[in-house]
Design a protein around this ligand. Structure first.
Ligand code: NAP
Length: 371
């Protein structure tokens, strides 16, 4: 059995990965080794009755014994360790959730329901680095790859509504702490059936208070939103927005004639589901029925939600989609802008298809390839 080292298994993405690997019984096919940067020597996870001792994630000699390393540890770890391992001649597969290597020439961004051919070609060509994509990009492609595959997309704008989990575990906790403070401060007013105006004033006073908890997000998210994710680029975009065009085109293998993609990425108060509103310029007038067919026939996880109030509020929300691999697409309609303009809305669990699932599936593909 192949030796697979897992680093970052107890972090946000790593624990979702572990959950999925247990569900799919993936551990039966591998000899797992668990690494930590801070807990070497301590007890690690228990798998099928065996409790694994944690190994030092900075010990190159131990890492080099593996056939595959799967890291959900973060970009700094990848920057520190990956070049050292390669310099020392380790030529195993490096599978990663961090963005560090995504745009490297010799790395492939993995989303196998969309780019399996590119992954297989990479394996044949001896490429060794495989990296999960940005969460909004992966979720957009799981939803709309059928349209790209038909060659119908001229450009897309994507306005995102991104969950707290995208910023990490501490941010998820901070969001709920913020909600608690808002609720606690308004409790007496609610109990006394005060007017909405008084409750609103109380909520604003709470979130504007200098004592309000904003250590992780740097601003209130509960009862508000934050229209900025990641760091600034020179062109006025955020890096999260830049990933839309660069990663999508790389995943699809469009080196030239890139499809323009742009939009505004916004953090909202949902826990782990990202949502996106798309405006899609088609390169010709295509009947809505053909568009629907192209979307749903692409993969087994995407499905349509009827463009009615009842279906939308019940089926096209983070509440419904959270903790599932479902990719619903709804609010689908031609826009008043013209017959080539399509509006759509999609929701996806950003810890599953947005993070852990593509790397989990890549591990299986690499194992198949190694035979
Ligand atoms: P995270 O939750 O901060 O976990 C990273 C590491 O922090 C853990 O492996 C653990 O390493 C350490 N850690 C310290 N205290 C911890 C605690 N109390 N509980 C758990 N872990 C603790 O990071 P993440 O959000 O999973 O992100 C990992 C990578 O995936 C990043 O590069 C991120 O950009 C990328 N990514 C994240 C998302 C997302 O939605 N969050 C989506 C796509 C990609 P030790 O055991 O070594 O101490």
């Amino acid at each position: 059995m192949k030796k697979v080292g897992i680093i970052g298994w107890r972090g946000m993405v790593g624990s979702v990965l572990m959950e999925r690997m247990r569900e799919e019984n993936d551990f039966k096919d591998i000899e797992p080794l668990f690494f930590s940067t801070s807990q070497a020597g301590q007890e690690g996870p228990e798998i099928n009755g065996t409790t694994y001792e944690l190994l030092d994630a900075r010990d190159l000699s131990l890492l080099k014994e593996t056939d595959i390393l799967l890291s959900c540890q973060g970009g700094q770890y990848t920057s520190d360790i990956h070049p050292k391992l390669r310099n020392e001649g380790w030529d195993g597969y490096w599978i990663d959730a961090a963005s560090t290597l995504r745009m490297e020439k010799d790395a492939i961004i993995v989303l196998d329901p969309v780019n399996r051919k590119i992954i297989d070609q990479g394996l044949t060509d001896g490429i060794k680095d495989y990296v999960g994509g940005n969460c909004t990009v992966s979720l957009m492609l799981m939803a709309l790859a059928g349209l790209f595959e038909k060659g119908w997309v001229e450009w897309i704008t994507s306005q995102t509504y991104q969950a707290a989990s995208g910023a990490g575990a501490k941010n998820m906790i901070e969001l709920v702490e913020q909600m608690r403070l808002v609720g606690e401060n308004a409790q007496n007013l609610l109990d006394d059936n005060e007017t909405a105006l008084r409750v609103d004033r109380n909520v604003i006073e709470t979130v504007r208070s200098p004592r309000f908890l904003t250590k992780q997000f740097g601003a209130p998210l509960a009862a508000s939103l934050i229209p900025w994710i990641d760091r600034a680029m020179d062109n006025g975009q955020t890096r999260e927005e830049w990933k839309g065009i660069s990663e999508t085109n790389k995943i699809l293998g469009y080196a030239e004639n890139q499809i323009p993609i742009d939009g505004c990425c916004v953090r909202v108060g949902s826990m782990r589901c990202h949502s996106q509103a798309f405006t899609i310029k088609l390169n010709k007038d295509i009947p809505l029925a053909d568009i629907e067919n192209a979307i749903v026939s692409h993969n087994q996880w995407v499905y349509l939600v009827a463009n009615t109030k009842e279906e939308t509020v019940n089926k096209l929300t983070p509440t419904r989609v959270s903790r599932t691999l479902d990719i619903p697409v709804g609010r689908l309609r031609k826009m008043n802008l013209g017959e080539q303009y399509l509006s759509a809305f999609s929701v996806g669990d950003q810890l599953l298809w947005g993070a852990a699932e593509p790397v989990r599936r890549m591990l299986k593909i690499a194992l198949e390839h190694l035979g």
